[in-house]
Design a protein around this ligand. Structure first.
Ligand SMILES: Nc1ncnc2c1ncn2[C@@H]1O[C@H](COP(=O)(O)OP(=O)(O)OP(=O)(O)O)[C@@H](O)[C@H]1O
Length: 266
């Protein structure tokens, strides 16, 4: 659905953000793009989404790709339905107005992410989690077959992180290819079968998430000890990462900061 062939990018012709990256994403697959701040995650996904042209190499799409930017604020007052209708722009001719079919498609996208009750609310009055759902609905209204999202669950509380991950998981189940950047290693472990790790411009690693996110790799990449292991949540083994922030913690946390056993299932 998305195929990048030997893409490289530099903003100033001098310093490479990444070089010679080839990657392919099939229907129903989710790829997380990880790396420390300013390593080029946003640049990478913009190039993969076709929002930005890479300096060299090529990106091909076999479906329309919806792009969901990192955060969105609007000074003007827009109802949710109007925000989502913006996703229909590619179906509306210049100087045209949305038709009944566009409104129906926008409403269907809104329902698909479970925010039908918000359709006529002012976007500016929504919570962070609700806004994120609106932006995903706007991308869906473009009738995309693949979606690229920049930190879709940043600045959200745990419940809203879960909502976003569940919606993305469901879309992938329905056959959508998804690429998302995140700083949450555990989100990658929950949802992404593939991960792209941006170590530096000449070291971009792509592989199965559980194989790539090892303690050694993550500790070296982020520059602090990070243990990986399993815990049991609701009788399911969940692969987790635990960074050692270098502070003693409180109470029993001192012991919990020891490396997580390889398999600590209750
Ligand atoms: N339009 C631009 N012009 C020049 N430099 C840019 C531009 N956009 C990004 N950069 C630079 O490219 C590098 C990578 O930025 P990018 O936003 O892709 O990183 P990131 O990994 O997404 O960062 P973060 O995790 O902080 O969001 C940074 O050094 C940034 O300053």
């Amino acid at each position: 659905m998305i195929k990048a062939d030997q893409i490289s990018h530099s903003y100033d012709g001098d310093r490479w953000i990444f070089r010679d990256v080839s990657v392919e994403l099939a229907p129903g697959h989710v790829m997380a793009v990880l790396g420390p701040n300013a390593r080029g995650k946003t640049t990478m996904i913009k190039c993969l989404a076709g929002v930005q042209q890479a300096s060299s190499g090529s990106v091909a799409h076999s479906v329309h790709v919806g792009y969901v930017p990192q955060s969105h604020s609007t000074a003007t007052s827009f109802a949710v339905i109007e925000m989502v209708l913006m996703g229909r722009a590619r179906f509306i001719r210049a100087y045209g107005t949305p038709q009944a079919a566009d409104r129906a498609a926008a409403m269907a996208a809104i329902e698909r992410v479970g925010i039908g009750h918000l359709a006529h609310r002012d976007f500016r009055g929504l919570s962070g989690g609700e806004r994120q759902m609106v932006l995903i609905a706007r991308a869906l209204a473009t009738e995309c077959g693949a979606m690229v999202l920049d930190e879709p669950a940043s600045a959200l509380d745990l419940k809203n992180q879960a909502r976003v991950l569940q919606v993305l998981h469901r879309l992938a189940d329905e056959g959508m290819a998804i690429i998302m950047t995140t700083h949450h290693l555990d989100h990658a472990l929950r949802i992404a079968d593939t991960t792209m790790l941006i170590v530096d411009s000449d070291d971009i690693r792509v592989g199965p998430t559980t194989e790539l996110l090892t303690s050694d790799t993550l500790s070296a990449l982020y520059g602090l000890p990070i243990a990986t292991g399993y815990v049991s949540v609701r009788d399911t083994d969940q692969h987790i990462t635990v960074p050692d922030f270098g502070v003693p913690g409180t109470g029993c946390a001192r012991q919990c900061l020891l490396p997580v056993p390889q398999k600590a299932v209750a």
